[in-house]
Design a protein around this ligand. Structure first.
Ligand code: ATP
Length: 238
């Protein structure tokens, strides 16, 4: 797999209020095949950094995706107001926000639009990925509010991977609602997908509070502090 840079975070800072930084001077280069585990104390800004990277938060500094600014990718799903960049560099929240209707309604909405000319959202693969993670197809027809936390979390992740629109997934504690077996099945799938590099997904930035999970999935470990991002040695056994 070619190791050209996918994403560059250059001197990015984010503020609670003007003059009150959460972190500053964050620098990071993401390449194909990277599974970057993002560590840091509670409140250090891990979620905020992922939101800055996906353009959901305001920030100082520069972010380049394949050498171009997020703004230069324009809008997809124009009537939904979703920037194209955010589809390629997709933030997956810890808990899917309460969407109206069912996951199937969500798939139908997404598949009625095209993110870009060459690739339609692959709804069949999203359902197939869900099945591999123990999600029966009938669950896609249930209202979001009637799913368990773990089911909703796996369905949102299955859509993020399976729809095959994202090159980089920004995962915010993606298995926090899952038991050990379900968690490891999700981990294995995501890591294999990136390692094999055959599909669209090329890299992950992954917040986890679990050292064990970090060891299992990371190709790189990066710690966030108020002063920026610091590459750490890989944990022993990784
Ligand atoms: N919209 C906001 N307005 C003001 N402050 C915010 C906002 N969002 C987050 N913060 C603050 O920014 C800091 C970083 O929050 P963030 O959620 O990014 O931390 P985190 O490292 O992900 O924490 P945790 O590990 O506990 O999930 C916290 O002090 C939080 O209270």
């Amino acid at each position: 797999m070619s190791r050209e840079s996918l994403l560059e975070v250059k001197d990015v800072g984010c503020y609670k209020t003007p003059g009150q930084p959460i972190f500053a001077h964050a620098n990071l280069t993401v390449k194909p095949g990277d599974v970057i585990v993002l560590r840091g104390k509670s409140g250090s800004g891990k979620t905020t950094l992922l939101k800055c990277i996906s353009h959901l938060n305001l920030y100082d500094g520069h972010i380049l995706y394949r050498g171009k600014t997020p703004q230069s990718y324009g809008m997809s799903f124009t009537c939904l107001g979703i920037p194209t960049y955010r589809i390629h560099v997709l933030y997956v929240p810890q808990r899917p926000s309460l969407l109206p209707g069912s996951p199937r309604d969500f798939l139908n909405t997404i598949s009625s639009f095209k993110a870009h000319a060459n690739s339609s959202p692959n709804t069949a693969k999203a359902i197939e990925v869900g099945k591999a993670w123990g999600i029966d197809e009938e669950l896609w027809d249930r209202n979001w509010g009637d799913l368990s936390g773990g089911e909703a979390q796996r369905i949102a992740l299955a859509a993020a991977v399976g729809l095959e629109q994202a090159e980089i997934l920004l995962l915010d504690e993606p298995t926090s609602a899952l038991d050990a077996a379900a968690s490891q099945s999700v981990e294995r799938y995501l890591v294999d997908e990136v390692r094999e590099g055959k599909g669209r997904l090329k890299a992950l930035i992954w917040i986890t509070h679990s050292d064990e999970q970090g060891q299992r999935v990371a190709t790189r470990v990066v710690r966030i502090t108020a002063g920026g991002l610091h590459e750490e040695d890989m944990p022993r056994g990784a």
